[in-house]
Design a protein around this ligand. Structure first.
Ligand SMILES: Cc1ncc(COP(=O)(O)O)c(C=O)c1O
Length: 426
């Protein structure tokens, strides 16, 4: 018999970890204020939007931030501001949230997939170099999970070829590279404030740059093509991708909590990294922090799962899916989604599907391996558990330990459910 929760035993943890997103009376108060002001956004705008932009720009140490409807919209605006046109190629990582690539496709551009560094899951200067062609218009560096990409290596190649670097900071608000905030390192940076992100208003985004001309184009592209402060004329073919006053007000409050959250998450992640790396088959990503990463955004805590090493002497190894399901049953919130490398997503893999599926894959081997071995904890799994104290997080290690001790039973269960699947197919 086994006491694995998946097979009917008592779970390691029944109390919830901290929730995500987080809020308190402050958000409730500002939402009521905006309601009462009758200045909710759009043409009836109040001061929340501008104040949020000023405060975000100050935090990131950039001259100006432009708040937008969401991160995908921010990427599209950034690419259009850099004059990405139909048929232009934009290099993107082969492993990222797909919106990095679809933002290119939605403008008629061609995403070119470049492989990731298995140690950090971000693209490198050499994978960028191998993906560049005469049609390359830009590269998007994604700071995946909150871990900054190697901006030195990428910057050197991008500069040599005269290609602007767009930073996709959807998951990295607060992360720093050699002391400088992500988003302010390349030509233009884009943030997302969706529910799982480091600050959130349910939806939202921002575009930041040091370049004044780019700022003006970004502002016009967000607002029907109207330049900042000149409301009568439409000078650019733009969208309405503005943020409401409710969202800006909530984000101002959330921004004040960011540094405290980052410090707590850094402590939680350090504890988990040391507790989990002593268990067989589990390797935190990254295994050790590059000293140039002066702050990690900690959108997620990621580790790779090696089923064979975890199973040891067993003939057949525990699958990633079985391991994840067993962990969830023990009360540990891990991401339930199977990850797919971008080139293998139907819209890009099935070239007969639609016109906008045009893409090119320079390399994706490491991305595919990472997708088939990765386990995600934290906000990526909709949980605030990294905010918890080590006394609580110890349950994560206890659950893994328990699954390891009972791996024979998990192995039998896998075999039986595979048999059940085969017989139900016939
Ligand atoms: C890496 C990355 N890029 C882009 C996006 C798109 O942001 P949004 O969901 O706000 O459109 C996300 C968010 O899910 C993301 O994680």
């Amino acid at each position: 018999m086994t006491d694995l929760a998946l097979l009917g035993g008592p779970p390691v943890r029944t109390r919830p970890f901290q929730a995500w997103p987080q809020f308190d009376e402050a958000e409730l108060g500002v939402l009521a204020d905006v309601l009462n002001s009758l200045r909710w956004g759009g043409i009836h705008t109040g001061s929340q939007g501008e104040s949020f932009e000023t405060e975000l720009a100050e935090y990131l140490q950039v001259p100006h931030a432009t708040a937008v409807a969401n991160g995908t919209a921010g990427l599209m605006i950034a690419l259009r501001a850099l004059d990405v046109r139909p048929g232009d190629e934009v290099v993107v990582p082969a492993m990222t949230y797909l919106a990095t690539a679809t933002a290119v496709s939605l403008l008629g551009g061609v995403p070119v997939f470049a492989d990731i560094d298995p140690a950090t899951h971000t693209i490198t200067g050499s994978s960028l170099k191998a993906a560049i062609s005469e049609r390359t218009k830009a590269v998007i560096a994604v700071h995946l999970g909150g871990h900054p990409a190697d901006m030195d290596g990428l910057g050197a190649i991008a500069d040599a070829y005269g290609i602007p670097v767009v930073e996709d900071c959807a998951q990295s608000l607060g992360a720093t590279w050699k002391g400088t905030q992500t988003g302010s390192l390349g030509a233009i940076g884009v943030f997302s404030f969706a529910s799982t992100k480091n600050i959130s208003a349910g939806e939202g985004g921002a575009v930041v740059t040091h370049d004044h001309e780019l700022t003006e184009r970004v502002a016009a592209l967000r607002d029907h093509g109207r330049p900042l402060g000149r409301t009568a004329q439409h000078v650019e073919l733009g969208w309405n991708l503005r943020l409401s006053e409710f969202q800006s007000a909530v984000l101002r409050v959330q921004l004040q909590r960011l540094e405290r959250h980052l410090a707590a998450k850094a402590k939680g992640a350090a504890f988990l990294a040391s507790a989990l790396s002593s268990l067989p088959g589990l390797t935190p990503v990254p295994a050790a922090l590059d000293p140039r990463v002066t702050a990690h955004g900690r959108f997620s805590f990621a580790f790779t799962f090696d089923g064979e090493a975890f199973s040891g002497e067993q003939t057949r190894s525990v699958t990633l899916r079985a391991f994840r399901t067993a962990l969830q049953a023990e009360g540990i919130p891990v991401s339930a989604r199977d990850l797919i490398a971008c080139p293998d997503e139907p819209i890009y893999a099935d070239i007969s599907s639609r016109d906008y599926s045009r893409s090119r894959t320079a390399s994706a081997e490491q991305a595919r391996t990472a997708c088939s071995t990765l386990v995600l904890l934290g906000q990526a799994a909709g949980s605030g558990l990294l905010l918890d104290e080590p006394t609580e997080l110890t349950d994560v290690a206890r659950a893994v330990q328990k699954i390891h001790e009972n791996r024979h039973h998990l192995h039998q269960e896998q075999r039986q459910s595979a048999r059940r699947r085969v017989s139900s197919d016939h």
